[in-house]
Design a protein around this ligand. Structure first.
Ligand SMILES: Nc1ncnc2c1ncn2[C@@H]1O[C@H](COP(=O)(O)OP(=O)(O)OP(=O)(O)O)[C@@H](O)[C@H]1O
Ligand SMILES: [Mg+2]
Length: 270
């Protein structure tokens, strides 16, 4: 269970560049639940994930994961509980190391044993089986460096790495956005299989309304650092991409109204 309680984060406070990126976000996620986070550029989606992963200190609020108050834990300590996949297929892995070495590193997450140990034959067989199970034919490439793989192949390995030691929480930040449509499709299918097989608690950020509507148990829409819509249960089950697009239109209209009201007020006082 993940509990995010009233978190606030302002970057560059009290300067002309001040950004109020998170303005009181509350979110409780049940174990095994998959929440999609959508929202316009700059609405605070990545900041929310970074807050959970421990990339910076919060100004206010608390984060609890599986009963641990992780609010003041450093990022590396949280990494033992949290798996992450980013948008960039080139981040999160060691490009010149082989697939097997990268997987071995991920498998040893948080433990201080040499790499050699992890690459002993028993382990190699298990890693090869895990790679084969993804059905991408990458099992014959486990001794090739990561940087010889395509973006889609890399993302599949990164996904496998994130879940190799079952994480208490999986964070996916637009992990299919940099891929061509066919690879993106493959990776999202793989993601679904992976999450349901291991019953992972997941937050996935996406700009794809189809992904948001068709996958997961819940959709949260962020706007200006806060949650504006939270759709779950039957409403989520019935949700279509078009419904989400109209929610974006509603927000855009209310922003325009706010702007014109502000403009009117300004014109009255000058
Ligand atoms: N480390 C940082 N330092 C300063 N400002 C930041 C930092 N991280 C995010 N911001 C700012 O906070 C706001 C929210 O950014 P965030 O990256 O969370 O948006 P997002 O919803 O993920 O957008 P996108 O869809 O473009 O990825 C933006 O105005 C951004 O410039
Ligand atoms: Mg982002």
């Amino acid at each position: 269970m993940l509990e995010i309680k009233g978190i606030h984060k302002t970057f560059f406070p009290e300067t002309p560049n001040q950004v109020r990126a998170l303005r009181g976000v509350d979110l409780q996620i049940d174990p095994g639940s998959w929440v999609n986070v959508i929202g316009t550029n700059g609405s605070g989606k990545s900041t929310l994930l970074n807050a959970v992963a421990g990339a910076f200190r919060l100004d206010q609020g608390k984060i609890l994961l599986d009963g641990h108050d992780i609010t003041n834990w450093p990022e590396h300590r949280r990494a033992k509980l949290i798996g992450r996949v980013f948008q960039d297929p080139f981040s999160g892995t060691a490009p010149s190391m082989t697939i097997a070495e990268n997987l071995a590193l991920a498998a040893r997450r948080g433990k201080f044993r040499g790499l050699g140990f992890a690459l002993k034959s028993k382990w190699r067989d298990e890693l090869r089986d895990r790679v084969a199970a993804m059905g991408l034919g990458l099992e014959d490439k486990i001794d090739k460096p990561m940087d010889t793989l395509s973006g889609g192949q890399r993302q599949s390995i990164t996904l496998l790495m994130a879940g190799l030691v079952r994480p208490a929480l999986l964070l996916l930040d637009e992990h299919t956005a940099a891929l061509d449509p066919k690879s993106a499709d493959k990776i999202i299918q793989l993601t679904e299989t992976f999450i349901s097989e291991h019953r992972l608690t997941t937050i996935m950020v996406t700009h794809s309304m189809d992904q948001a509507a068709n996958f997961g148990d819940r959709v949260v829409m962020m706007h200006r650092g806060a949650i504006r819509h939270d759709i779950s249960g039957l409403a989520k089950h019935r949700l279509r991409a078009a419904d989400l697009i109209s929610k974006f239109d509603e927000i855009r209209r209310s922003d325009l109204l706010d702007e014109s009201a502000a403009e009117m007020l300004r014109s009255q006082y000058v």
